[in-house]
Design a protein around this ligand. Structure first.
Ligand code: SIN
Length: 498
């Protein structure tokens, strides 16, 4: 049996492809099956689907946005497989993408793409449509789905993963044996005070993989989305809105984004996020304005119905007035190290989607490559997991890895998620320096040392958040140079004026 943990695009794709390969499959997911980051994805899924676009162009855009830190071979796999995976989503799973007046697939433009190649559905409800279709396909395939079932730990035998300990919402744990486990548990945006991620993005899959000895990498590369509504709870305003022509203004009504990059509002995401943070610093922290008034009320409502509802629900009329926006934590580009077939450094353990680090994003992910990544590498991980045959002789009783003995400390204050969010936002956010990162590490180590063995799903999430947050901080501390989304502002590193 293959155990898939998580039910976003990577997990559901993995489950379906593993089933197509003939495997018995079980999906365990922490909340309802549709409680996944994928459901909230707006902008779309980037892929080469028209004859005037090329894989070479999508590949070059992905590498350029990543400041040339992405793995070129992994990126080629992403963009080449991407075309086929779109056909699979449409034809085998029934995903309905938007079409233009001529009946051709509508393709939008987003930042740092040199070609309009972003497929979308329901205007700005792309993730919800993909999730709907994949859930339908999973149900039709008769796959066993265990909702409200969280991953507590992986089970090991002779250094290989042989199953998982799962916990239900009443705190009852059960051990499940599996030939292979595919982690598709997403990221950990909830470690930050401001995030676009839903409540479940708490990093426990990555944390469990680390306890099982899996390698993680690039954890300092946390992407901050530039334009998140800064009025009440954070709400993403898709990159596609700028792709359609909306512009960013400071308090003086000036388009400041061109100060940072010749592509202005359509520069790579890390550049625009930092330009906004800089503009906000100059205006005492007040959010900047996203001016979409040029797009017209009718077009805004038709092309961006979800955002339109959210904006108007807050009493804002974005067809008439610019709206306040600010960056928020959005996506973890690092994660559990895998090869292009989802294999981690631990036999029997595979990972895909945001939880994994294939190297396709490097230090800065290209807009709308994340849904594509989930489908492409979820599919590849499923095929590899189906082929996987354990080679070691397994000991009778699987063991559960213990917590790390490195962590020793005593917290000066009680752990709560808001405090963690503030520490991460302030010291491991858009700008980092050594002193702030040391302070954050101390606080998090103290909190971690106080955590008891999880006896509830909330405890598992706390352990996930703190484990992954500490890894982000440590990784950021060991990279003194700024690159992509990782920006160091240490006084000694900032060049002095001549
Ligand atoms: C967006 O719609 O701006 C988000 C898409 C992404 O994260 O790539």
């Amino acid at each position: 049996m293959i155990l898939v943990v998580g039910s976003g695009i990577a997990g559901l794709t993995a489950a379906l492809v593993a089933r197509e390969s003939g495997a018995e499959v079980v999906i365990a997911t922490k909340g309802r099956i549709d409680d996944a980051n994928t459901t909230h994805a707006q902008g779309g899924i980037a892929a080469v689907v028209s004859p005037d676009d090329t894989h070479a162009s999508h590949w070059a855009d992905t590498l350029r946005a990543a400041d040339d830190t992405a793995d070129p071979d992994a990126v080629m796999t992403l963009v080449e497989d991407g075309t086929d995976v779109i056909a699979w989503l449409m034809l085998d799973c029934g995903v309905v993408f938007d079409r233009d007046a001529d009946g051709r697939l509508a393709q939008g433009l987003e930042a740092a793409h040199s070609h309009p190649r972003i497929l979308h559905a329901g205007g700005d409800a792309t993730g919800a449509e993909i999730e709907r279709a994949l859930i339908g396909a999973v149900r039709a395939a008769g796959i066993d789905v265990r909702e409200h079932t969280a991953l507590q730990d992986l089970l090991l035998s002779d250094g290989s993963v042989v199953g998982a300990r799962l916990m239900d919402s009443s705190g009852r744990s059960v051990d499940v044996g599996a030939e292979a486990v595919i982690l598709a548990t997403g990221g950990c945006g909830r470690a930050y005070a401001r995030t676009t991620n839903p409540a479940g993005a708490t990093g426990e899959g990555i944390a469990a993989a680390m306890r099982a000895g899996a390698r993680v990498a690039d954890m300092e590369f946390v992407q901050f989305h530039p334009t998140v509504l800064a009025d009440g709870e954070a709400f993403l305003v898709s990159e596609a809105v700028r792709g359609e022509g909306a512009v960013l203004l400071d308090d003086h009504g000036r388009r400041f984004a061109f100060d940072a990059h010749p592509d202005g509002e359509l520069a790579p995401r890390d550049v625009v996020a930092r330009a906004i943070a800089d503009a906000m610093a100059k205006q005492r922290g007040r959010p900047v304005l996203l001016d979409a008034t040029g797009l017209g009320a009718e077009h805004l409502a038709a092309r961006f119905p979800t955002i339109d509802r959210a904006v108007r629900g807050r009493g804002l009329d974005w067809a008439r007035d610019p709206i306040p926006v600010a960056p928020a934590a959005h996506y973890l580009m690092g994660g559990i190290v895998t090869d292009i077939d989802g294999a981690t450094s631990v036999p029997g353990l595979f990972a895909a989607g945001e939880a994994a680090c294939t190297g396709v994003h490097g230090a800065n992910r290209l807009a709308s490559n994340s849904l594509l990544e989930g489908a492409v590498f979820g599919s590849r991980a499923a095929r590899a997991a189906s082929r996987y045959r354990p080679t070691t002789v397994r000991s009778a009783a699987p063991i559960r890895p213990g917590r790390s003995a490195r962590i020793q400390g005593d917290s000066a204050d009680d752990f709560d998620r808001e405090a963690l969010g503030r520490v991460m936002w302030e010291h491991a956010g858009l700008e980092r320096d050594a002193a702030g990162l040391d302070l954050a590490a101390d606080r998090i180590e103290g909190w971690l040392s106080d955590l008891a063995e999880p006896s509830s799903v909330a405890d598992i999430e706390d352990l996930g958040l703190l484990t992954v947050a500490l890894e982000i901080v440590r990784a950021a501390r060991t990279r003194p140079q700024s690159v992509g989304a990782h920006h160091r502002s240490d006084p000694a590193l900032v060049p002095t004026a001549a």
